[in-house]
Design a binder for this molecule. Sequence first.
Ligand SMILES: *Cc1c(COP(=O)(O)O)cnc(C)c1O
Length: 403
Amino acid sequence: MGTKFPLTGWSSVAIHGGHQAEPRHAHLTPIYASSTYVFDSAEQGMNRFTGKEPGYIYGRFGNPTITEAEEKIAALETFGLPIEAKAILHASGMAALSTLFLSNLKAGEKILTHFSLYGGTEELIHRVLKDLQIETIITDLHNLQQAESILQNDPAIRMVYLETPANPTLQCVDLEALISLAKKYGKKVACDNTFATPYLQQPFAFGADFIMHSTTKFLNGHGTAIGGVLIGTDLEFMKTTATKKHRLLGANSNPFDAFLLIQGMKTLEVRMERHCHNAMEVANYLDGHPAVAKVNYTGLHHHPHQAIALKQMRHPGAMLSFELKKGLEGGMEFLNRLQMCVRAVSLGTCDTLLSHPASTTHVGVPREERMKYGITDGLIRMSVGMESIQDILQDLEQALATQ
Ligand SMILES: *Cc1c(COP(=O)(O)O)cnc(C)c1O
């Protein structure tokens, strides 16, 4: 950043944070499409490898476009907080999770987490970590007394892993309460902050050690690239252990995707304001609709976790889900009738995206199993976009007309 005074506004940091003056006076940091970097001398090569001199070496280790994206995210996740953090950009959210778990846990150690994790995270835990003898305890973390007794009695637990809000019913867990419990028993805490973004929620403010994002979603904001980031407040750990794992797992991002991410993050505040405003309108509209059995949105007073969401989030977010009374058939019919809103999985793009988990993401999951997670036959998941609200509502209205 070029200013001599500290930037105090959120969007100023989002726009200018992490930017370094360009030696060739390009306004934006270019896409550094180069796999390797030149040493002026053999001595310089040695100094870079031994860490005596900073500088780029090889594209899998780092790249100037990627560095800007990393520093911007770290600045936003620590905005207004008296702490520093280091971010490492990854090829995907799943890659960031792989670095997180594999750099913190070894065979015989355990993770404590809650129900309703992102599907990929749950599969990573069950299909990859389990084979490495890293076990996971999944429990109801709304029961703080029970959470405390598990933490107190199982010294093998090394990490508490939280995701809030979470799919598909927008369940929230209490960051302040759970992080302070975990700290009391000396456990590390990691949070998936993808749904909230650093604009709506800052887990570091409550003492989290790590934050991960799928940058594919709101941080990129335009649906143009897959990416993930791991951010940590233990700078030494991030620079050594986590960096080593990231490099050796080959989990690096690339300069083109990093460039798209940088441009996306600059508008995060204005985008989230609009997303959240539209989401509240949509939630109110659906809540009164005769074809809808239930709306899951933490902005509505009947959501069981509204108090938790209000306590730790600036706004209730842009994700919601609702249940159509007509079930499986109704869900598919509704999706087929949409004209402007887009039928797709993923979230966080300017365009409104809707999906029907029972016929897509969860089609292979036995019915009783998915019902436990609130994925009923007629459940529709919606990532409310930034279109003009009257057109979103009109599309929903006409698509619901036959329900
Ligand atoms: C998408 C997503 C992930 C995984 O991220 P990818 O970029 O798809 O690898 C993890 N957590 C949440 C909450 C997500 O929405």
